[in-house]
Ligand binder design. Structure first.
Ligand SMILES: NC(=O)c1ccc[n+]([C@@H]2O[C@H](COP(=O)([O-])OP(=O)(O)OC[C@H]3O[C@@H](n4cnc5c(N)ncnc54)[C@H](O)[C@@H]3O)[C@@H](O)[C@H]2O)c1
Length: 362
């Protein structure tokens, strides 16, 4: 097991346990588990039975959960109603400010359970146990929690760091290939925004991760999680521009995800959002054609299927203008001038956006 610990600007510490086949997590983090009077395990109702068994094995006798809460599948879990249901469930069972929520699942489960933990009694401790590739390299780390509103992604949310994130790549053994490819959408993002050493690890392992190679997956989770937590530690609340790099591909990606009515997995939508950002960067002249081709080859390597998204450009424009990252501008995107060189751009004109929109969904 590799453990990471980063001091946040708020002087709190964020911890992560990374590896494959982790066991007896409470013994490794006695202060956290020793202080918990009650524990609730939150999982998704569509997750395979092996996921719950593996999650329980991380928390053996004595520190096993006292209550279990099931969320509806995937994105349908991310509603205010489900957050309210979980809070009422905790209250009915006498959960206190010293209790602990363990969220074991994909990013939808960790986003929702983290959100509920952040508002229950004004915030109780939670442990994030991401079980998809995407959530282990991104969603389950960093303390951004959220629910969707009126078809728009992550509109109501909080910053509430998990006391601990446990990324055990043994969970990925049961993950369908489509979810591995979705995770690889975020992986490709790290290869573009991160330092050369991280990009090299990802390029070396990309095709192996898509084939489910255990050691490639473990290597990528370890490298990406460490990188993300380092960014989060210097910009916990996304106020200093450091964390904005993680949004690369996400403004258009979130719009595609919403336009698909939930049919497009998050990482596939992000991969198309990345292609959108690459084309927009090339068209604004900040990304040279040769660099565009090199970076776009990483998206090409994902062999994305035709996107189940209606080509409604006006709907797209309305979604990007309502994106919370637009900050009052007509639109705001994170563009790229070369590997690791991100630059936000606002109020891009409609013909340029249309070209990027069509190129991203082709
Ligand atoms: N908070 C953040 O910083 C952040 C970052 C990126 C993405 N996100 C959010 O994460 C969500 C996407 O997460 P996701 O890609 O994990 O999808 P998901 O949570 O929808 O899970 C996808 C599917 O995988 C199944 N699953 C989970 N673990 C499994 C396992 N080990 N074996 C078999 N099946 C398993 C789930 O039951 C679900 O059906 C989106 O809502 C996105 O907005 C959040």
């Amino acid at each position: 097991m590799k453990t990471l610990s980063f001091k946040l600007t708020t002087s709190r510490t964020v911890k992560a346990a990374l590896g494959r086949g982790l066991a007896n997590i409470p013994a490794e983090f006695p202060a956290l588990f020793g202080a918990a009077d009650k524990i609730c395990l939150v999982t998704g109702s569509d997750a395979p039975p092996s996921l719950r068994a593996r999650a329980l094995a991380l928390f053996p006798e004595g520190k096993s959960p006292h209550a279990y809460f099931w969320l509806p599948p995937s994105e349908s879990a991310k509603t205010l109603e489900q957050a309210g249901r979980l809070c009422s469930f905790l209250f009915d069972r006498g959960f206190s400010r010293n209790s602990l929520v363990i969220a074991a699942g994909g990013g939808a489960v960790t986003d929702l359970a983290g959100f509920a933990a952040s508002i229950y009694m004004r915030g109780i401790a939670w442990v994030s146990v991401p079980t998809t590739f995407l959530a282990q390299i991104d969603a389950g780390l960093g303390g951004k929690t959220a629910v969707n509103l009126a078809g728009a992604k992550n509109i109501a949310g909080t910053f509430h760091q998990p006391a601990l994130a446990v990324c055990d790549t043994a969970f990925l053994d049961s993950l369908p290939h489509a979810e591995l490819r979705s995770g690889a959408g975020e992986l490709v993002k790290y290869a573009m925004i991160g330092p050369a050493a991280l990009a090299a690890v990802i390029k070396k392992n990309l095709s192996k991760t898509l084939a489910g190679d255990k050691s490639a997956l473990t290597g990528c989770v370890s490298a990406c999680a460490a990188y993300k937590l380092k960014l989060v530690a210097t910009d916990e609340r996304d106020e200093r521009g450091v964390r904005e790099a993680l949004n690369f591909g996400h403004t258009a990606g979130h719009a595609f995800e919403a336009m698909s009515g939930g049919k497009l997995p998050h990482g596939d939508a992000v991969a198309r959002g990345i292609r959108f950002a690459l084309i927009a960067s090339r068209e604004t002249g900040i990304l040279k054609r040769a660099d565009f081709l090199k970076l776009d080859a990483l998206v090409e390597a994902l062999r994305l299927k035709p996107a189940a998204v209606r080509r409604d450009f006006r709907h797209f424009l309305s979604l990007v203008s309502r994106d919370k990252k637009a900050r009052g501008a007509d639109n705001r995107f994170v563009l790229i001038a070369g590997p690791g060189r991100l630059c936000p751009a606002e109020n891009l004109d409609a013909p340029l956006l249309k070209k990027a929109f069509e190129g991203a969904l082709k």
